[in-house]
Design a protein around this ligand. Structure first.
Ligand code: ZN
Length: 285
């Protein structure tokens, strides 16, 4: 099995198009906009629908190749691989496969999604259900010739499946799975802890030792300023207004020679400033 390739360095960019690009413009324009800002990557948002058609995907892939610009997508928000209703599980799988197919056509490397809610089930039972469904998704993707990473995300609320340990289990059980590590979610789902160099190093160590796929050179990550409480994530806020120790985070990533893509999920009003802050912090870490 050949995995999608490793990354030569860490690429940093926004979730969604740059806010100063035409809102209804084409995705190639959004990529050009990122390049104009000196940004290295972008996550396309298929959270509400897959808005790029097949024909446009070919243009996106051509530009992606020309500029060596890594692309990922965030899959549908309407996913629960552990739903009690079989129809919802089936729809969730279809949505992941359709998003995966389109981002592959765009030349992308990964699709991110929130796998499941615990509901009334025991977390370990949910992990087993998610493993089974991801295995079936992988089988169908292989039949369709889709070879991108499935990236279940480290989620922001204690009601959602997706702790670091659970993600390690998924990655070890299903070949095409690697986690999407959302550092701000880790901080928020634990009500404000996980905000120091040492804690982040511990998490990187857990991944590096727990998953045998060169995960630290194939990382896909999310980060943003975040507001939280006892129930975890409340909302994304501008980085300067948040308590996230992002400079220490960048130091931890550098200490572990982390490569891949870091997606900044900033609120629109602060998107440009926040992406630039992360790039500056990474370069000076
Ligand atoms: Zn997400």
């Amino acid at each position: 099995m050949q995995y999608p390739q490793e990354f030569a360095k860490l690429y940093i960019g926004p979730s969604g198009r740059p806010v100063d690009c035409a809102p209804a413009g084409r995705t190639t324009g959004a990529i050009e906009g990122c390049l104009g800002h000196g940004w290295g990557t972008m996550e396309i948002s298929f959270t509400k629908n897959i808005y790029i058609k097949e024909r446009e995907a070919q243009e996106v892939a051509a530009l992606r190749d020309e500029k060596a610009f890594p692309l990922s997508c965030h899959g549908s928000y309407f996913i629960n691989l552990a739903s009690e209703e079989p129809a919802k599980v089936a729809q969730s799988k279809t949505r992941i496969i359709q998003g995966a197919r389109r981002i592959q056509q765009c030349g992308g490397h990964s699709i991110v999604f929130h796998s499941a809610f615990y509901g009334k089930l025991d977390p370990a039972a949910v992990t087993q259900l998610v493993i089974r469904e991801l295995g079936e998704i992988q089988d169908q993707m292989r039949e369709l010739g889709i070879d991108i990473w499935l990236r279940p995300e480290l989620t922001g609320k204690p009601t959602q499946h997706g702790t670091p340990e659970e993600l390690v289990e998924l990655a070890n059980a299903v070949e095409m799975v690697l986690p999407c590590i959302d550092w701000s979610h880790m901080h928020a789902r634990n009500n404000g802890s996980w905000n120091s160099y040492d804690e982040w190093c511990r998490l990187l160590e857990l991944l590096g030792k727990g998953i045998d796929k060169n995960v630290l050179q194939r990382m896909h990550m999310h980060v943003s300023g975040i507001e939280y409480g006892a129930a975890g994530e409340k909302k994304h806020i501008p980085l300067p207004q948040s308590d996230l120790n992002y400079r220490e985070l960048m130091k931890a990533l550098k200490a572990f020679d982390v490569r891949g893509t870091l997606i900044v999920e900033a609120p629109d009003e602060n998107q440009i400033e926040d992406v630039n802050l992360f790039i500056e912090a990474w370069e000076s870490a």
